[in-house]
Design a protein around this ligand. Structure first.
Ligand code: ADP
Ligand code: MG
Length: 269
């Protein structure tokens, strides 16, 4: 298979470990009729190139909001994001949507494949929606290559209903890879899988860092959090702990440990 279908992102001449994304003083409010709710409060950190970057924290701490802001789906109330040397806040809506298609691949907890399309067609759809710049005649080869990367050779013609949960998530990862983005973002990618499948999916994500990708993931699983090469812990919209993330920590660091009694709050404290 031609390697040209899948070029590793080099960044602006940056070596592995350099900051791919810098978040600077991100603050996000939501204004309800009666009050102003602070969802993110002065969050600053950087994501090293080719890292497995974990965002952890109790439910409601702002993890999903932060992911949406980092991908330009939501705009922060204040602060800025520098992505591979470029500020994303400055872009207009259409420009931002196109930028997202080329720079970020998203993997969801519940896979979100199109049920009436085969594995191959689901990946082809991403090439179409991302207006992939490669010649249309090469799209099939690119999609097959992405399915091969996630070990799904031979499953191209299966519908999602003919695949296990783990296999469906692998199709979703192949789809996220279709436009060769430098970053894969995954909000609890293994949250809907049994632990054996979860670890297999996680290994696929780890292998992608060796192909030049940076993986940004949210997890509630302490074992998966421990496998991160960098990460931050949020609580009430602030960074309370971090490693290899150049983060500004809002409160005295607390050791990352699992507290079974705290499961209702998300487990990680
Ligand atoms: P997490 O992903 O860590 O569970 P979220 O980012 O989804 O946290 O939410 C953080 C906080 O912001 C929660 O308290 C949530 O209720 C609140 N929140 C998120 N989006 C909205 C919204 N559109 N309107 C009001 N509150 C919101
Ligand atoms: Mg969430």
């Amino acid at each position: 298979m031609q390697q040209t279908a899948f070029n590793s992102y080099q960044g602006p001449g940056a070596p592995a470990g350099a900051a791919l994304v810098q978040a600077e003083h991100l603050t996000h409010f939501i204004q309800t009729p009666t009050q102003k709710i602070t969802i993110l409060n002065d969050v600053s950190f950087s994501i090293p190139l080719q890292s497995m970057f974990a965002i952890i924290g109790p439910s409601g701490s702002g993890k999903s909001t932060l992911l949406n802001i980092l991908t330009g789906i939501d705009r922060p109330s204040s602060g800025r994001i520098i992505f591979a040397g470029e500020e994303i806040r400055a872009k207009g809506e259409n420009q931002l949507a196109r930028w997202r298609g080329q720079h970020v691949g998203i993997v969801f907890q519940f896979f979100q494949l199109v049920p009436t399309l085969t594995a191959l067609e689901n990946v082809l759809l991403a090439l179409e929606l991302g207006r992939n710049k490669a010649p249309r005649s090469s799209w099939r080869a690119i999609a097959l290559h992405c399915l091969e990367i996630v070990d799904l050779k031979g499953y191209e013609k299966r519908l999602p209903s003919e695949l296990s949960g783990g296999q469906q998530q692998r199709v979703a990862i192949a789809r996220a890879l279709a436009n060769d983005p430098p970053v894969i973002i995954a909000d609890e990618p293994t949250g809907n899988l049994d632990s054996q499948m979860a670890y297999a999916i996680f290994d696929i994500l780890v292998n992608l860092t060796r192909r030049g990708k940076t993986i940004l993931y949210v997890t509630h699983d302490l074992d998966l959090a421990k496998k991160a090469t960098a990460g931050i812990m949020l609580r009430d919209g602030r960074i309370v702990n971090a490693f290899n993330a150049n983060a500004v920590i809002a409160a005295p660091p607390t050791p990352m440990r699992y507290s079974p009694g705290a499961q209702e709050q998300g487990g990680l404290r």
